[in-house]
Design a protein around this ligand. Structure first.
Ligand SMILES: *Cc1c(COP(=O)(O)O)cnc(C)c1O
Length: 387
């Protein structure tokens, strides 16, 4: 807990956890003489691949660039229709647009807050999609093969936005371990924070090789390899890439963080079980349905639906409890409304209705039980006043 300007203690919405080993690891890289993409990045890729049980991992600058690199690697005709939930982060929509394609909105199931095979099939029937981005909202691992089939797509045309995915499993397999292209985020607020960073996990060696080149301008050899003894200054650019590499400073933080992640995931699950108890039966509160059969939830977010959401947020804020909303639907944001047009924006009515009620409560390994009690008491007060 921190203290606000008025002296009242506040419960922040999120606080990143850092493993004790991070500081020494960073100093070691700074002293090594090589700070950008190099041996630590390669070691982080191997560690993350081992952690997930994935065949190949390529570390990049962010999840947003990971999504764009994967979409570009599909070599779709410009302007192709790419399915995406409207209830997603703006970076995922930008990735589709920067790759040169057209986002096509998929509605959610009101109970689970994620697209269902039925909502995907409905969107696919409107447009004959070339590809799809699916998203593990809040850390819930969606059934990617079922959604792929509903879209009528090959698995090599589906990109998984796994920004909320580390720690999630379906059928005993971690998110990313069986994916053609799963994109992870190590942004400051995510379950495994580096500060900034991302990664692609793939079962496909060709995709991994392609992204390894396109994350750094498309150069056939990165500078670490060119500057090694016996390395040559020559390189080719066969594919126009992005500047989206991860640095060794980020990678060494990631390696230390990865060792701490399983413990943090257990703490998140404990806090979720505690929220479930503390909030049980509050008037007007709706907790998303979670079909946890064969599923391990990553608990990136504790999302609920409440009446008079904006009023509840203001009341929680006044009580020193910070909250957030995931997400403002793409169809509500100015730039996308202009690109998508009114008809497309009107195609996701369930998302529009549910989005007005969404609220994310503080959830992070460093959240104390005392802090959590204050969140629950403030929310109970706000809802009883409205019930
Ligand atoms: C955070 C987030 C992203 C973007 O991650 P970056 O690493 O910051 O680019 C993409 N999708 C979702 C669902 C996110 O929450």
């Amino acid at each position: 807990m921190s203290t606000s300007g008025t002296g009242q203690s506040t419960v922040p919405f999120t606080v990143p956890s850092f493993a004790g080993e991070v500081s020494d690891a960073v100093v070691k890289v700074l002293d090594s003489g090589w700070v950008t993409t190099g041996p630590e990045t390669a070691a982080f890729e191997q560690d993350f691949a081992d952690h997930l049980g994935a065949s190949h991992v390529v570390a990049v600058a962010s999840c947003t660039t990971a999504l764009e690199l994967c979409l570009r690697a599909m070599d779709l005709p410009p302007g192709s229709a790419v399915l995406t939930p409207s209830l997603t982060f703006c970076g995922a929509i930008n990735a589709i647009l920067h790759a040169g394609h057209r986002p096509v909105l998929v509605d959610i199931d009101a109970g689970t807050l994620v697209p269902s095979p039925a909502t995907v099939a409905a969107a696919a029937a409107r447009v004959a999609p070339a590809a799809m981005v699916v998203q593990n909202q809040g850390g819930y691992p969606v059934d990617v093969p079922a959604l792929t089939e509903a879209a009528g797509l090959d698995r090599t045309r589906v990109v998984e936005d796994a920004a909320h995915g580390p720690g999630a499993e379906r059928g005993g397999r971690p998110v990313g371990s069986t994916s053609y292209a799963a994109c992870f985020s190590f942004y400051a607020t995510k379950n495994m924070p580096i500060g900034e960073g991302g990664a692609v996990a793939t079962t496909d060696r060709d995709l991994a090789d392609r992204i390894r080149a396109t994350r750094l301008h498309g150069m056939s050899k990165d500078s670490w390899r060119r500057y090694l003894p016996g390395g040559s200054w020559r390189y080719d650019v066969k594919d126009v890439g992005l500047k989206a590499n991860m640095t060794d400073i980020q990678a060494t933080i990631g390696r230390a963080q990865l060792a701490a992640l399983p413990g943090w995931q257990l703490r998140r699950a404990e806090l979720v079980a505690r929220y479930d108890e503390l909030l049980d039966g509050l008037p007007g509160l709706v907790v998303p349905q979670r079909d946890l059969d064969g599923v391990r939830h990553a608990w990136h977010l504790y999302q609920v639906r409440v009446p008079d959401r904006d009023g509840v947020i203001a009341e929680l804020d006044a009580a020193g409890v910070a909250t957030s909303v995931h997400f403002i639907p793409a169809s509500h944001l100015t730039a996308y409304r202009a690109v998508l047009g009114a008809d497309e924006c009107a195609s996701v009515p369930v998302t529009d209705r549910v989005a007005e009620e969404l609220l994310s409560l503080p959830l992070y390994p460093g959240l104390s039980e005392d802090g959590q009690d204050r969140v629950a008491a403030a929310l109970a007060g706000a809802l009883r006043a409205r019930g």
